[in-house]
Design a protein around this ligand. Structure first.
Ligand SMILES: *Cc1c(COP(=O)(O)O)cnc(C)c1O
Length: 429
């Protein structure tokens, strides 16, 4: 960008309430027009979205303000009428939140991003923005628990019906599509069994039937997988997980194009109010700065732990995309859909719930909590926690047995994590 326009932009944000330069800026939430897509991932993660104010701050500022001041009654009227872009009220837009949105959009390769108060409100706003009564949704069966609850208990009440299919079965996806189907929704890899869907053929299938494909990219993050590059239309995040990466706050985001995300989803968030707080946006900005490094470290540790678990006599089976035995191993690797195996490892022990709980209760280091994507290792028993509300039959058909344990591998010394798990695995039953 020429330096003159850079200077103008700086001046613009420094006098954010009364500036005419700002009128030429693209409306929210299109990202900064600097050629970010030519820069590397790590550079975008550190630099995109922050437009320095006249104070010359180096770190992104937190704009803790609920509303914004207008230079005149006429300017207020013009902003409210949408004739002049610019901030009005932090439920609509906020500069710190916008910095996070632009940075995440640049990392996912999307034109627009809308930040939300949580991952679940990102999914709700997507559904409200893109679906109406009478529409039909096809989703992978192995979804995050609250997501299936949202679809079955709440969307159903407003006349949107959901069909569930096996994540990895392309023919089942095709067979489930009806004339009323508008959206395909999936998570890859799945929780907790790390099954993977191939995104490109599902995007083709969606587009053939005039549907959109939404991918919940919470497990992989854009550091490992960019669904938009494989044809997906929307990427959904629980920023609570790896984007923050340090277990500090709850947030979410939707990334996609200017129409579906920039207008449709943004319109819902702006009006109904599940907006991200500026303080949380700032923490997520800081999280994004180290995302790639953290994901590399999570992947290395998880790969090592998966191999080690695979060699333990008490372990019957390990689910991890980086292992040779994983059914969708071909989707993992540099230049493949998912750059590396990710940070989540699930494994099965003989002896059902009693044996699994013994392993979990023998740990002294791993945190017994259902959250994931933290620098601290967390361990959970899916059958009695995250998937506890499913009927035993539904759990069994989803492959979530009583002996299954999920570990979200953190950044402690891998030897210490192994020793922590060995205590329960070695214990005589
Ligand atoms: C946690 C999670 C969500 C929901 O996110 P919240 O921030 O807890 O609302 C959605 N999808 C997946 C895959 C998750 O792990």
């Amino acid at each position: 960008m020429p330096s003159a326009s850079r200077a103008a932009k700086r001046q613009c944000l420094s006098c954010i309430t009364r500036c005419s330069v700002h009128e030429n800026d693209p409306p929210h939430p299109e990202p900064d027009p600097e050629p970010d897509h030519e820069r590397g991932f790590a550079t975008r993660a550190l630099r995109t979205g922050h437009v320095r104010t006249a104070e010359g701050e180096h770190c992104e500022p937190i704009f803790t303000t609920s509303s914004f001041v207008f230079a005149s009654a006429a300017e207020a009227a013009a902003r409210f009428a949408g004739e002049v872009p610019g901030n009005i009220y932090s439920r609509f837009t906020n500069p710190t939140v916008r910095a996070f949105e632009q940075r995440l959009a640049a990392l996912e390769g999307g034109a627009a991003c809308v930040a939300t108060a949580s991952g679940m409100s990102a999914i709700l706003a997507t559904c409200m923005g893109l679906l109406k009564a009478g529409d039909h949704l096809v989703a992978s069966r192995s979804l995050f628990g609250s997501t299936s609850m949202l679809f079955d208990k709440y969307l159903a009440r407003f006349g949107v019906e959901t069909s569930y299919v096996d994540l990895t079965d392309l023919e089942a996806w095709a067979a489930a599509i009806r004339p009323q189907t508008r959206l395909l929704f999936l998570e890859t890899p799945s929780n907790p069994l790390t099954e993977m869907a191939e995104i490109a053929p599902l995007a083709d299938l969606a587009h053939t039937h005039d549907c959109l494909l939404a991918v919940d990219n919470c497990f992989s993050t854009p550091a490992l997988q960019r669904p938009l590059a494989y044809g997906a239309d929307l990427v959904i995040h629980s920023a609570t997980k790896y984007l923050d990466g340090q277990g500090r706050c709850v947030g979410g985001a939707v990334v996609g194009d200017a129409k579906h995300v920039g207008e449709d989803v943004f319109g819902v968030v702006r009006t109904t109010g599940p907006s991200m707080s500026p303080f949380n946006a700032w923490l997520f900005l800081k999280g994004l700065e180290t995302l790639e490094l953290r994901m590399q470290a999570h992947c290395m540790a998880a790969q090592a732990l998966a191999r080690w678990l695979d060699a333990q006599p008490a372990v019957q089976r390990v689910h991890y995309p980086g292992l040779a035995a994983h059914p969708q191993r071909h989707l993992v690797g540099p230049e493949r859909q998912q750059r590396a195996g990710g940070g989540i490892v699930a494994f099965e022990v003989a002896g059902g719930r009693e044996a699994a709980w013994r392993v979990i209760d023998a740990t002294r280091l791993c945190s017994i909590t259902a959250n994931l994507g933290d620098t601290k290792t967390t361990i959970t028993h899916p059958a009695s926690t995250t998937h506890g509300r499913l009927s035993p039959e539904a759990r069994a058909s989803a492959g979530i047995g009583e002996g299954l344990i999920r570990v979200a591998v953190g950044l402690e010394c891998i030897e210490d994590i192994q020793a922590d798990l060995a205590r329960g695995l070695d214990a005589p039953s």
